[in-house]
Design a protein around this ligand. Structure first.
Ligand SMILES: Cc1cc2nc3c(=O)[nH]c(=O)nc-3n(C[C@H](O)[C@H](O)[C@H](O)COP(=O)(O)OP(=O)(O)OC[C@H]3O[C@@H](n4cnc5c(N)ncnc54)[C@H](O)[C@@H]3O)c2cc1C
Length: 476
């Protein structure tokens, strides 16, 4: 006799929404959360709280949302998955509102129309941006609702192994302190948030030097879910890309410099170069794509944004929690020189290369052919970035960069019902995954970002509904 209908791995937004929806529908549910503290760390607690789809208002028409997802991911997101997000985003927001979320308009951009209140990210740095803000309150509220529907929420329970019986899910091994305990259930949902916290996996799939990345989030995604799923034959997809932003290099060791200010918009207005003074990424694809390109360098911390005074004074003061002057007040170094040669000398990079790179870019702007540069400079209005500016007003300026990694986009392959797929493309009975633990929705050649919260919410609810249907759960 199974003690539970659904075992949920991870108490983030995805896992908790699934758990509450299943429990309110009559299922016996237990959530296993590795964190031990009352305010256990999770990206869902530290989040900015903006529910958007590919930087569009989540309440836009499904056709508009589908188009934006297609454009952002360059077609990487399969149509069926894009349909689920576009068709169900708004109703999922309504469900969340009925379950304790308070939404407000977080800013002038349309994509900020549904942001959790009280708003987070109203001051720079990690320490104060999240406590008692909308997402923090929401996780607490969802946990209480789960308990009120008779569910269990077990802190300090780290899932370790999926057990199959006759090819179907049979049980879950969980580490509790030094002990390993086994829980049985009819279905399991893997919602452990990705593998960004596992340096070895990050080294294998994303960056040769994970120690040089800024862990721009809770860092709790250890890849446990993905490894457990792989061990029972699941297919893993799109492991080389992550959601993140361009941060200053000093942010790697300084929590007051992340998650904001970010340098996405400044970096895409200027140019990003490597230690040789040459461009290596498409700045116009926005901050997520740039962060991925920086992380993939042999030496991620060798990357630099080069700009001039007008970019720093204008673009540098735009957007949410702008970098100018906050970064400098918090200890980041702004390199400044009267000539590009002198700037290159300060940065210890070949001056002739940097001069040539800037000259080529300025000429391309003048001639309106930035898309023919190598790498090209295209600009998509659906992404967080800027059109390229000329760099021609001394003093010339530069900041050293790092890649901020928030969550990994790749992971466990699922179908549209959140059923985990094996390497042959067949479902593994009773095994589901949702949120940042899954792959194949975001990523691809453009590091296409669709929206971590929308993905966690929509697919979390969807996974619960699949379990309710598969197990014929009836309200009690
Ligand atoms: C600073 C910041 C700002 C962000 N801003 C936005 C935004 O504005 N809009 C947006 O769309 N997205 C944003 N995101 C991303 C978004 O918050 C996440 O994509 C989303 O919350 C992921 O939810 P999840 O439930 O999949 O994973 P998580 O929230 O990561 O939850 C996973 C949980 O699983 C637990 N866990 C891990 N391993 C195990 C295990 N073996 N056993 C048991 N438990 C385990 C973890 O402790 C964690 O509690 C932001 C993230 C951060 C950090």
């Amino acid at each position: 006799m199974n003690t539970y209908d659904l075992l949920v791995i991870g108490g983030g937004l995805s896992g908790l929404c699934a758990a509450v929806h299943a429990a309110e529908s009559g299922a016996r549910v237990a959530v296993f959360e590795a964190g031990e503290a009352a305010k256990y760390p999770a990206n869902s607690r530290y989040t900015g709280g903006v529910f958007h789809l590919a930087f569009q208002d989540i309440h836009a028409s499904p056709a508009q949302l589908r188009e934006a997802i297609e454009a952002a991911t360059g077609g990487y997101c399969p149509e069926g998955m894009a349909d689920v997000l576009a068709d169900q985003g708004a109703s999922a927001i309504a469900w969340l509102s009925e379950h304790g979320a308070v939404f407000g308009k977080g800013g002038d951009f349309p994509f900020m129309s549904s942001m959790l209140m009280p708003f987070s990210l109203r001051e720079p740095g990690f320490q104060n941006h999240w406590p008692d803000k909308g997402a923090d309150r929401l996780l607490d509220s969802l946990e209480q609702q789960l308990l009120s529907f008779g569910g269990a929420f077990l802190r300090g329970h780290r899932a370790k192994r999926l057990l199959l019986e006759g090819g179907e899910f049979g049980g879950l091994q969980v580490q509790v302190g030094e002990a390993l305990k086994t829980f049985s259930g009819r279905a399991v949902l893997i919602a452990d948030g990705g593998f960004q916290g596992n340096a070895e996996l990050v080294r294998r799939y994303i960056s040769p030097r994970p120690q040089d990345l800024c862990v721009r989030g809770a860092g709790t995604g250890m890849g446990d879910g993905m490894l457990m799923a792989e061990a029972i034959g699941a297919r893993l997809v799109g492991l080389d890309k992550f959601y993140g932003h361009v941060q200053c290099a000093e942010a790697v060791n300084e929590p007051s410099l992340w998650p904001y200010p970010i340098l996405d918009v400044v970096a895409s207005a200027g140019i990003v170069v490597n230690a040789e003074g040459r461009r290596f990424c498409e700045e116009g694809l926005g901050g997520v794509a740039m962060a991925n390109a920086i992380a993939a360098l042999d030496q991620p911390l060798s990357s630099v944004v080069v700009m001039d005074t007008k970019i720093w004074e204008q673009v540098g003061r735009e957007y949410l929690l702008p970098p100018n002057p906050t970064l400098l007040e918090r200890g980041a170094r702004l390199y400044s020189a009267p000539t590009l040669e002198a700037l290159a000398a300060q940065l210890q990079m070949p001056g002739t290369n940097l001069v040539q790179t800037v000259h080529d870019c300025n000429l391309a702007v003048d001639q309106g052919r930035a898309d023919q540069l190598q790498p090209p400079r295209r600009h998509s209005s659906t992404l967080l970035g800027s059109a390229m500016h000329k760099i021609d007003q001394a003093p010339y300026l530069a900041l050293r960069l790092s890649a901020g990694i928030t969550y990994t986009m790749g992971g466990i392959a699922i179908d549209e019902q959140c059923r985990v797929l094996n390497t042959e493309g067949q479902t593994i009975a009773g095994v589901y995954a949702a949120g940042a633990a899954t792959g194949g929705i975001e990523g691809g050649p453009r590091s296409g970002y669709v929206g971590g919260l929308a993905k966690a919410l929509v697919f979390g609810l969807r996974a619960a509904q699949s379990v309710i249907d598969a197990c014929a759960i009836k309200p009690v």
